[in-house]
Design a binder for this molecule. Sequence first.
Ligand code: WQD
Length: 344
Amino acid sequence: MKKTEKILVTGGAGYIGSHTVIELIEQGYTPVILDNFSNAHPSVIPLMEAIAGEPILMVQGDCNDSELLRNLFSEHDFSGVIHFAAFKAVGESVANPLKYYQNNLFSLIQLLRVMEEFKVTKLVFSSSCTVYGTPVGATKVDEQTQLGVPNSPYGWTKLMCEQILRDAVIANPKLQVIFLRYFNPIGAHPSGKIGEFPQGVPNNILPYMTQTASGILPQLTVYGNDYPTPDGTCIRDYIHVCDLADAHICALDYLSVPRELAVFNIGTGTGVSVLELIAAFEQATGKPLNWKFGPRRVGDVVKIYADAQSAAEKMNWKATRTVNDAVRDAWKWEQNRLANENRN
Ligand code: WQD
């Protein structure tokens, strides 16, 4: 599917969505963004257009609005959809589960209904390694690993959305779906123009680190140093957001011929501890990071990283960027963002 192929990107102004939209354009697709800016800043659109070197079609709105969706599908002949739009703050989902179940499940259901009405059959779904819960046994998980008990209502919404999609495909075999199970996305576009900019105080570690290094936040707390790992801190599979963006284009290409429902882990295949990530970040910034150890965070998985062999074999995708690339790009983005804020 190429240039004349229009792709609806829900949540396309968000962290992963914005990077994927840039990659879609570079690979010859025509993305159309639908975003309600509940976790994104409108200012990201002109920055994306500066990177892409062309205007980007964008509609402000919500996937729960079926009339808006129908108007959008009437106006554009979409070849496929990449569905990012969802709430994703683990902690907030614990405090406000109904908001998460209502939004994350209902928006997918609305989207599927309109896709069926307009006979759009290709969907790439943004899923998460959180569906594995705390992996039983091996912590390098492949797609056949038994699904676990997600550690938050957010995680449950991802697992439930996967089930909704499995049942939708059984009911309508023309529907072609791919689940991309992300591990830990970090980093920013190498231009430094776009990156991760969560609303409020960051939940995830890397934006917390960059905002600590830039002085916005006073100190990073490392949640726990007594885990059964080599240095006592949790281990994750941190993947550069641009590698993650590439995976979505590979998924669309994979759907250029009829396919069964497919699931792919999208990670580097390497586990990195919190202390190793801090060391990489300090090397990238050239200065020590202000951090301390604190108590464990409830719900944290000790160790999980991807076996991404299936994506390599079937989609011809693998991560090409390192954690060092990611922390360097994240720091460049943070510095650019602050410089722009100070100018305005
Ligand atoms: C990573 C490590 C923390 C913050 C979550 C979601 C997952 C996905 C990615 C959406 C852990 C430690 C963190 C801090 C810390 N999201 N940490 N101090 O929890 O692995 O995954 O985000 O798809 O679904 O569950 O990511 O960045 O919050 O934590 O020590 O201030 O960093 O304990 O070991 P997590 P994270």
